[in-house]
Design a protein around this ligand. Structure first.
Ligand code: PLP
Length: 404
């Protein structure tokens, strides 16, 4: 990132200006379709804010896919509704209409349909079964930005959609997320509630800014081992020496962290300086789409010679902008070879409920309840399709497959 942009971002921490956030929200909305956008400091907060408008009670059920992130479970826990985990469709790696249907009861108030890795799930079928029963449908598009299903951009099928722009997502502002909706009265409700939520403290914003500078160098598949090592030392340092200080950024939302230990308001507003970054990232993302799609085609060509890959990649209804290319292999040898150029920790959904070291049971997940997710998780490989300047990834993958 150029010094000019860094300086501009820095100045927006010192002197925030809401116009950047409004401009970012308008541009996001325009890229997705005719709806409206409201930003938050994280996708989980966008999700929480939608749920909050629905006045759910303890016995009201929310169907969530088991290939989810722990912070989504926590958002529901904060609301106090009941979580029902549904199994994935192995051909899309996202939500399965058949599995959701099995779980619907008179208490079901919300269905969350997740599109994984940029691949659409069968959202038309999920939309139909939700509409017929008057159940509120939220699309989880945290892992899919601007992919389409049957010609319609993901996020436009549900009553509302949530997106994340954290550092591992299609659009990256280190932390961040937003709601997209085509329903005006929902947007108005969210907007009113948004006016009274807090800001990330300025000291935290400086931490985020420094982390962005650091990650632009080191948050890369080939340097991920170093990145994790750094994170480990940073965590120990914070615990021992600066235990009272805030964490560097907003990942601290595990079940064992009580709300009072959170160092930022929940939900919080998306800061101006990140809105400025978001506008830059959005432009870059749009420019990179064809490259990402081309990379996906090359990965498919290489892998499909030796492996069967999920049907979603061959489905003509899908226009996929990949976040990751995912397939399954039970060859331990291949897993080990790929681990030489992509850290295994970089693979997602090796077990249901991602991004936590805590037991799945602590999140209310019963082992064995989603056998497809658990089975796929044991053998899944997912290769990041972020914008590579060279195609080293293809060559490495080819070599791994040839010598398997
Ligand atoms: C599928 C999915 N949904 C939602 C989220 C929440 O996003 P955020 O981290 O911005 O709160 C994540 C986070 O990784 C995710 O993987």
């Amino acid at each position: 990132m150029s010094d000019y942009h860094l300086k501009k971002m820095y100045s927006l921490i010192q002197t925030p200006n809401d116009l950047w956030r409004l401009k970012y929200e308008d541009e996001l909305a325009a890229s997705l379709g005719g709806g409206r956008v409201i930003t938050y400091a994280a996708g989980r907060m966008a999700f929480y804010s939608i749920l909050k408008t629905l006045n759910l009670k303890e016995n009201d059920e929310i169907i969530l896919t088991s290939f989810t992130c722990s912070v989504m479970v926590n958002a529901i826990k904060r609301i106090g509704a009941t979580i029902i985990f549904s199994d994935i469709d192995p051909e899309t790696l996202g939500s399965s209409p058949g599995e959701i249907l099995k779980l619907i009861t008179p208490q079901t108030k919300v269905i969350v349909a997740q599109h994984s890795f940029g691949c659409p799930c069968e959202i038309d079928k999920i939309q139909e079964l939700a509409k017929r029963r008057n159940i509120f449908l939220i699309e989880d598009c945290a892992l899919s930005f601007l992919s389409k299903y049957k010609g319609i951009t993901l996020g436009n099928w549900g009553d509302a959609a949530i997106f994340s722009s954290d550092h591992s997502k299609p659009l990256s502002t280190l932390i961040g997320g937003f709601v997209y909706t085509n329903i005006n009265h929902l947007y108005e409700k969210l907007k009113v509630a948004h006016e009274s939520i807090g800001d990330i403290p300025q000291s935290q914003q400086y931490n985020i800014y420094n982390q962005i500078k650091f990650e632009s160098k080191y948050y890369k598949p080939e340097k991920y081992r170093f990145f994790r090592l750094y994170q480990l030392f940073e965590g120990i340092y914070k615990k021992i020496i600066k235990s009272r200080n805030a964490p560097t950024f907003l990942i601290n939302d595990s079940v064992s962290v009580p709300a009072k230990d959170i160092y930022y308001p929940y939900p919080s507003k998306f800061p101006s300086f990140l809105s400025y970054l978001g506008l830059l990232e959005l432009g870059e993302y749009i420019k990179s789409i064809e490259h990402r799609r081309e990379l996906l085609n090359q990965l498919i060509d290489v892998v499909s010679i030796k492996h069967r890959i999920p049907n979603c990649y061959a489905n003509d209804d899908n226009y996929i902008i990949p976040l990751r290319f995912a397939f399954c292999s039970d060859s331990e040898k291949l897993h080990n070879k790929i681990a030489k150029f992509i850290d295994k920790e970089w693979f997602w959904f090796k077990k249901p409920i991602e991004a936590t070291s805590e037991d799945m049971e602590a999140y209310g997940y019963k082992l064995g309840s989603c056998p497809v997710s658990e089975g796929v998780g044991r053998i899944i490989i997912n290769i990041p399709c972020i914008y590579y300047k060279d195609d080293g990834m293809i060559k490495n993958l080819k070599d791994a497959l040839i010598t398997e």
